[in-house]
Design a protein around this ligand. Sequence first.
Ligand code: ADP
Ligand code: MG
Length: 237
Amino acid sequence: ARAELMKMEKMEIVSQMAASISHEIRNPLTVVKGFIQLLQTGRLPRETEERYIRIALEELERAEAIIRDYLTFAKPAPKETEPINVSTQLQKVLQMITPMAHMHSIHVSSSLEDGIVIGNVQYFQQCFLNLLKNSIEAMPNGGTLHVAAENRGASVVITISDNGVGMTKEQVRRFGEPYFSTKEKGTGLGAMVAVKIIEQMGGTWTIESAVQKGTTLTITLPASRVGPPTAEQSAVG
Ligand code: ADP
Ligand code: MG
């Protein structure tokens, strides 16, 4: 019964995510539709047309950014939850963001201990992609990004450190609040998605930050009590 209940809760979060993304995407699409309808009349001055086209493109970019914050790893039929090897999955996300880091002269280093947590692997990747992307975006003039995973037995502690622009107390307080963004083209949804995913896995997070010094995010996730699948189990499953 407890397992059933947990499963229900997980399902609810999946459908909640689907509901919020369609909600978030609808606004920019409505704007684009409106401007295209205006353009269709064909009676607008050239400059107005150009302005409307620019707005429509910006709104489409916003829709894309929202999808990236929610669904970068979405697959048609996601497994609900499974044991996740933290170091393997963090390595995958690090690999994804390395080109972006190098483009901004950011040095990436990591020290990853093995540890198993329970969650949806696509959400896990989405969570850390969003957090690492924020760190990179916090260092427009280069810097160092360090990611560590420490196996403490009952929990796995993941830290993400950057020496970027940092956050004020107020910004730290608002971290994870929907639509809170200090960026010109920010969605203010990436941190919210990350925080929801951490909480869904039964984890906690803290932020240590100083303006113009940098930010360290510490995420503590409960470790799986069962070990990784043995070769035998994998062969059967
Ligand atoms: P977005 O990245 O689209 O602005 P997020 O929800 O991902 O939205 O992040 C919200 C805000 O939190 C950012 O706009 C930024 O002000 C702040 N933030 C998040 N991570 C960091 C970081 N590592 N360093 C400095 N500020 C950060
Ligand atoms: Mg972001």
